[in-house]
Design a protein around this ligand. Structure first.
Ligand code: FHN
Length: 434
């Protein structure tokens, strides 16, 4: 068996190439929890939507009643893929199975899935994988290691699902006879580009199991990309690896946060648009499109990816406020996308003050300075030195901009009057870093 845990840097870089270039992906948390949508027995349950089974202490048999109603007749895989495309997203990661254990595909090792247990009767992953292929969007699957439904896993302590105090001696059997066979089905049937594990923090799941699971997945599909939650390396919610030993996984997963600076490890910030991952009917705390675009730029400048979540409704619709924001992001990317895709962080700095971020095109002397404030008259950049006769442009604006270089002040770019654009203005400079 190939030792994927000791892959060469060259092979690793090659495998990660498309992912690094993509920068922006859609996360989808969708499942049975979209039916209660944050309310159980008439009461609002205090938690993110997808944790309602645990936080509401719902017995398995009662939660199964929700599963029996899962019938998302409005679901349209092609429409979802078009929304991703419109937003400028290059890949998708969808919950094949969240902590509640319900599978969105036709699993042969379980009946607790969309075909055998719910009235809908159509394989959601199958249609989404096909729609993503049509739109040239890479396809990723989120999969929870923790499982509140399976009695050899955390289902044993239902309805408290107390995975901390109640380890399950049967868990190794669950890993071998259920978790791994389900993963094999997913890889064999849907050919995912990414496997995105979660729920790895339960004491039942060990570092050794993590190393083995990573090897298992890479063996099934050698060029697949796997997040660090396949193992026990995650340093709290911060999501980057602890450095006490070597952990399996190809990238770090900061959750609901952006790294303060850059990292030598690949990373992806996963974030919600409101305060929940799975749909909650009463969560209206939406982030503005300015913030979402700011996050995308800030993350790109620091060398990371942005995995932005939507939580579709029980009917199968992506909430309208999410679509509106994605549209705004797509409009901004349409003009400025070249400063985001296939770019790298700079070697020395990622920002100038609080209002300017930098990125650089891979293998080209093309630098981008992205300003969050609309520049007036002139923009002074201290970290870039233009090539002789360098062309400097404002993306979305016709023609070249005048500039001079001053040894003390730096690169001074003249800003024409009445420049268009909103939220952030991107300057493209042929030059080098100083
Ligand atoms: O418990 C989950 C949560 O529901 C959600 O799926 C997020 C997404 O990264 N991950 C877990 C917590 O780390």
């Amino acid at each position: 068996m190939v030792d994927y845990l000791n892959e060469s840097k060259v092979d690793f870089n090659q495998r990660m190439e498309w992912w690094r270039e993509s920068r922006f992906g859609m996360f989808i948390h969708w499942g049975v929890y979209s039916i209660p949508a944050g309310i159980h027995k008439g009461k609002k349950v205090k938690s993110v939507g997808e944790w309602i089974q645990l936080q509401g202490q719902i017995p398995i048999a009662d939660y199964e009643q929700y599963a029996k109603q899962f019938n998302p007749t409005e679901f349209d895989a092609e429409e979802w893929a078009k929304i991703m495309k419109m937003a400028g997203m290059k890949y998708l990661v969808i919950t094949s199975k969240h902590h509640d254990g319900f599978a969105l595909w036709d699993s042969k090792v379980s009946d607790y899935d969309i075909i055998d247990f719910a009235p809908y009767g159509k394989d959601i992953l199958k249609s989404l994988a096909a729609a993503c292929k049509t739109q040239d969007i890479k396809f990723g699957l989120y999969h929870s290691i923790m499982d509140w439904h399976h009695l050899q896993a955390q289902g044993i302590s239902a309805p408290k699902y107390d995975y901390q105090k109640n380890p399950n001696p049967e868990f190794p059997k669950f890993v071998e006879n259920y978790l791994k066979p389900q993963i094999k089905e997913l890889v064999d049937n849907y050919d995912p580009d990414i496997l995105w594990f979660d729920g790895e923090w339960i004491p039942d799941f060990t570092h050794e199991m993590g190393l083995d699971l990573y090897q298992f997945v890479r063996n099934l599909k050698p060029n697949i990309i796997v997040n660090n939650r396949v193992d026990k390396g995650r340093k709290g919610m911060a999501g980057m690896n602890r450095d006490d030993k070597r952990y399996a996984g190809d990238f770090g997963t900061p959750e609901q946060e952006i790294l303060e600076g850059t990292s030598t490890m690949d990373w992806e910030s996963c974030m919600t648009m409101n305060d929940t991952w799975g749909f909650k009917s009463y969560d209206d705390n939406w982030k503005s499109d300015e913030i979402l675009i700011y996050n995308l730029i800030d993350i790109a400048a620091k060398g990371g990816n942005y995995l932005l979540n939507v939580g579709p409704t029980a009917e199968g619709l992506i909430p309208k406020p999410s679509i509106e924001r994605l549209q705004k992001m797509g409009e901004w990317i349409e003009v400025n996308g070249e400063a985001i895709y296939s770019t790298q962080k700079l070697e020395k700095v990622f920002k100038q003050g609080e209002d300017i971020r930098f990125t650089k095109k891979k293998n080209k002397p093309h630098y981008y300075a992205i300003a969050f404030e609309k520049p007036q008259k002139e923009l002074i950049l201290q970290h870039l030195y233009p090539l002789e006769k360098s062309t400097i442009k404002l993306l979305g604006h016709q023609g070249k901009l005048d500039w001079t270089f001053d040894q003390n002040k730096g690169l001074i770019i003249q800003i024409p009057e009445n420049i268009s654009g909103e939220i952030a203005w991107t300057f493209k400079i042929e030059g080098k870093e100083i």
